[in-house]
Design a protein around this ligand. Structure first.
Ligand SMILES: Cc1cc2nc3c(=O)[nH]c(=O)nc-3n(C[C@H](O)[C@H](O)[C@H](O)COP(=O)(O)OP(=O)(O)OC[C@H]3O[C@@H](n4cnc5c(N)ncnc54)[C@H](O)[C@@H]3O)c2cc1C
Length: 393
């Protein structure tokens, strides 16, 4: 397996670095460095999204005919890594990495023509309506109903933990349109206009103090039948296809390394502590192993092979190492962590001139990071999938 980059790939790396140097402003970098939530807010990531859009680099995995750059897996890897190392905010995955691929795979020609360019330009901001108060890991138990009424569906029910629903003008949702023998049958994949009458969004504050997630209520919301993706009742298979992209082989090692190095800078005062030094080394090695696995997956994709089980295990490992990094942050701050308030750090800068700016997001990052092993499917559920499908247990 060849993990080195070719001359052409090294030239591409230089092109990416040049673009970043010219377009990633100090303001964008600072706003992302001060973000403690797991997703950048639209006002943080938006300017970077628009800069990438002018270059055609918003959706690295989309085919060229749909507005993607037509990159190889190696180019995608180089791009993501360089953006992370430079301190660029990640773009919201909900349109680009989640509903986009479903529309490309299963959407009608009209849906593709309407929605894909709006995802690329950033005009539409999407949220994901899967989970419900009674349906999380057991997602197929969902009960939000969509009933035919003329050319529309009438939607009633509620979705919960909906990330950035308060920013989104669109939601892709799994709704129940029928009842089959198995509960996975009779589920449909709908595109919903978040400004439609009958939709209300209630904020949920997380323990990190941020407002990222919401509960969304639907009260006789009219959704045109034209907004059904694919076939009615087949939404479960489209929804699972989307989860493959949500959980799919990420490129996370570079971002974890940046976070660890920021902690190293904060920990200068504790440089003589051998226990802390050992923790840094252990986590650094963990990040190295994640990076090696990412490169192995990239190399097999590059060679036209399916990476197989290793990609699923990478998701589990990555979330665990991310949590180890944020946990280390708490130990690095020690007693200084106590006065930390649960609020979006970006907004409390002036009131906390006492604390080093780099240290501000450390505690909220740790608290928000607990969610890493919950969303996209909990670690327990992922282990069950690995046990059943890969190990045949
Ligand atoms: C920050 C955050 C953002 C989120 N964003 C979104 C979003 O944008 N859109 C969306 O639709 N959802 C979102 N979610 C919801 C997320 O997908 C669910 O929280 C997750 O699927 C778990 O479901 P649950 O919370 O109902 O927990 P449950 O399913 O009730 O699980 C409770 C506990 O039981 C364990 N458990 C459950 N089933 C099994 C099993 N079969 N075997 C072993 N253990 C099991 C779980 O691991 C967990 O520890 C988000 C969640 C969080 C925390």
């Amino acid at each position: 397996m060849d993990l080195s980059f070719s001359l052409a790939e090294t030239a591409f790396q230089t092109e990416v670095r040049d673009f970043i140097a010219a377009h990633l402003t100090a303001d964008i970098k600072r706003a992302w460095a001060l973000t403690s939530a797991f997703l950048a807010e639209p006002d943080v990531a938006g300017p970077w999204h628009r800069a990438l859009a002018t270059q055609g680099w918003v959706a690295p995995l989309w085919p060229r005919e749909n507005g993607g750059p037509g990159w190889t897996p190696a180019q995608h890897y180089i791009f993501e890594t360089e953006c992370a190392l430079a301190g660029a905010p990640p773009l919201a995955p909900l349109g680009i990495r989640m509903v986009g691929p479903v529309l490309i795979g299963f959407g009608s020609a009209a849906q593709k023509a309407h929605y894909l360019p709006r995802i690329l330009s950033g005009e539409d901001y999407w949220c994901q309506g899967y989970s419900e108060p009674g349906a999380g890991s057991d997602l197929a138990s969902l009960s939000t109903r969509a009933v035919h009424d003329g050319d529309d569906y009438l939607v009633n029910g509620s979705k919960i933990w909906t990330t950035h629903a308060h920013h989104a003008n669109r939601m892709f949702a799994l709704v129940r349109t029928g009842q089959g023998e198995r509960k996975q049958e009779g589920i449909s994949f709908l595109l919903i206009d978040m400004t439609a009458p009958g939709i209300s969004v209630r904020p949920i504050r997380t323990m990190g103090g941020d407002h990222d997630v919401n509960q969304v209520f639907f009260n006789d919301v009219r959704v045109p039948v034209a907004n059904l993706v694919g076939e009615e009742g087949k939404g479960w298979s489209y929804g699972k296809y989307l989860l493959e992209f949500e959980r799919g082989a990420g490129i996370a090692a570079a971002r974890m390394r940046v976070s660890l190095n920021r902690l190293r800078a904060i920990a200068l005062g504790a440089a003589g502590d051998p226990l802390l030094a050992a923790r840094f080394s252990e986590i650094e090695i963990d990040i190295d192993t994640v990076e090696m696995t990412e490169l192995r997956i990239m190399a097999s994709l590059q060679a036209g092979q399916n990476p197989g089980p290793v990609a699923s295990m990478l998701w589990l490992r990555t979330t665990e190492v991310k949590q180890a990094v944020t946990r280390l942050g708490v130990d690095v701050l020690g007693a200084d962590a106590l006065p930390s308030e649960p609020m979006r750090p970006f907004h409390r800068l002036n009131r906390h001139a006492v604390m080093d700016e780099d240290a501000l997001p450390v505690i909220p990052l740790h608290l928000n990071g607990r969610a890493e092993t919950i969303f996209g499917g909990t670690s327990e559920v992922q282990r069950e999938i690995i046990g059943k499908l890969m190990l045949g247990l």
